[in-house]
Design a protein around this ligand. Sequence first.
Ligand SMILES: [Zn+2]
Length: 309
Amino acid sequence: MSKNLLENFDKLTIWRRRGERAPHKPLLALWAIGRCLRGEDRLVEYEVIHASLVTLLRSFGPPRRNYKPQEPFWRMQKDEIWEVTEAHRVPEQSNGSVSPSDLRRLNVCGGLPSKIYETFRQDRVRAQMVAERLVDAHFPQTMRAAVLEATLGEFAFNEMALESGIGIEHSPLLASILSRRSRTPQFRNTILRTYDYRCAVCGYSFQFPEGYWPALEAAHIQWHSHCGPDISTNGLSLCALHHELFDWGIFTVQPDTLSISVATDILRQLPENTIANYHGTPLQVVPKRNCDYPAAKYLDWHSRNVFRD
Ligand SMILES: [Zn+2]
C-alpha cells in the first residue's frame, strides 16, 4: 500500500467546533474496514450505512438528538478514502451538505475506493493496523477494545501486528501522533500524588510492596485524544472501575460543587456500591492545593461530549 494511502487515514479531517467530539468519520471508516476484512460487498446503499452508523454513534459518540450520518458519508470523499456512486447526481447545498432524502431517492451507495478495498483484502494485517490507529487517534484506551469489536468483529484483535509495530515507520505523522499521545508516566505520577494515591470517587487505595499502585489510574477529564493537556487540572485519580465509567460517560463531576452526577436513565439500572450510591455526593478526595482542583473548562467538556445524561 502506498504511503499516501495510509496517511489519508491518519490525516482524516475532523469537523471541530470548540473541541466538540465528532467521531463520525472515524467510525464510518472503521465500519467499512470491518466489512472489507469480513469479505462483504464493497459498496452499500446509503440506507444501510445510515442505520449502521447511527447505531455506532449511539454507542460510542457524544449524546446527540440527531447524528446526521449523511455528513461523513458525503464529506469523507474529500479525504480520498471513500467513494460515493452517482455523486454527480446528488444536489449539494452551499455549505457542502447533502440531504439524506436525496441520497435515498437516488439509491446512492458508498464504500472504500476499490484500490484501498483490494489492498486491504490482500493485506489484512495492514488493514487492522490502520483500524487500530484510527481508534487510538479518536478514542481513549478504555474504549479501544469495544470500538474495535463493534466495527471489525472477529478481526478486532491483532496482537501480532500490534507487537511488531508494522506501519509506524511508514508514517512520520503517525509517529508524532503516538509520541504526543503517549501516556506520560509524569502525568500519572503527578495526578496520583495530587490525590494522595486514592480514587477521588470511592477512596480506593492499595500499594504493592514493590511500590506499584494497582488499578489506580490517572484519568484525563478532557480526553488526551481530543487535545486534553497532561496537567493536574485536567486529571482525576480514579480506580480502574471509576476511570472506565467516567470515560464511558456513566457519570460526570459538576464544575461548581465537584459533586458526582450519574446519568439519570442509567442510575436506576446500576447495582449499589459501584457508582450509584455516590450520585449527588462530593468527590471523596480532592487535591490539597486549590490550584490543582479540576478546572471547570475540562469538566464542562466532559459533561458536553461524554456524559450520557
Ligand atoms: Zn473508585
